[in-house]
Design a protein. Structure first.
Length: 144
C-alpha cells in the first residue's frame, strides 16, 4: 500500500479535478475525507472551482450546495447505505415505507432500497431543480 502525505494527496486530487474542470465535466467540487476513531470526524476538505459556470460565480467551499444530479444520487445513497447495512440498521430489500414511511407518498411506498441503487425505482432520471434557483436572490443562495 502506497502512503501519501496530505500535501501530495491534495496535489494529486487537484491535478485530476483541474483536468476534469478543463474538460467541462463540472465547474467545481468539494472533497472531504473522514477518519473513524470512536466516531467519524472530518480530517481533510479540498475545494476546487466555482459553484456554477454562469454569473454570478461563487468559489466552492465546504458549505456549497450542489444539484443532486443522476450520478450523485446513487453515489450518496450507496455510501450512506453501506454504513447503515454494516451497522445492521437497514437491508437493501427494505421498502422506503419501512424506514421512512412518515414522509413517503403512497405511490412510492413500495419502492425498495435495491430499486434506488439499481435505478429501477421508476423515479424520474432528472428534474432541473436548479432552474427554480434562478428566481432566488443571490444573497440567499450563497452559503459560504
Amino acid at each position: 500500500m502506497k502512503i501519501i502525505n496530505k500535501y501530495r494527496l491534495k496535489e494529486e486530487i487537484g491535478d485530476i479535478v483541474r483536468n476534469s474542470m478543463e474538460k467541462n465535466i463540472f465547474s467545481g467540487v468539494c472533497i472531504s475525507f473522514s477518519k473513524k476513531d470512536a466516531d467519524y470526524k472530518w480530517i481533510e476538505n479540498y475545494s476546487f472551482g466555482k459553484t456554477t459556470k454562469f454569473e454570478p460565480q461563487t468559489r466552492v467551499g465546504i458549505k456549497s450546495c450542489f444539484d443532486l444530479a443522476s450520478l450523485t444520487k446513487p453515489m450518496v445513497t450507496s455510501l450512506s447505505l453501506a454504513v447503515l447495512i454494516e451497522k445492521g440498521k437497514i437491508d437493501v430489500e427494505n421498502k422506503l415505507s419501512d424506514c421512512c414511511g412518515w414522509f413517503i407518498p403512497d405511490d412510492k411506498k413500495n419502492i425498495k432500497i435495491s430499486h434506488l441503487l439499481s435505478h429501477s425505482s421508476g423515479l424520474p432520471a432528472h428534474r432541473p431543480y436548479y432552474q427554480e434557483l434562478f428566481d432566488v436572490p443571490f444573497k440567499k443562495k450563497n452559503l459560504n
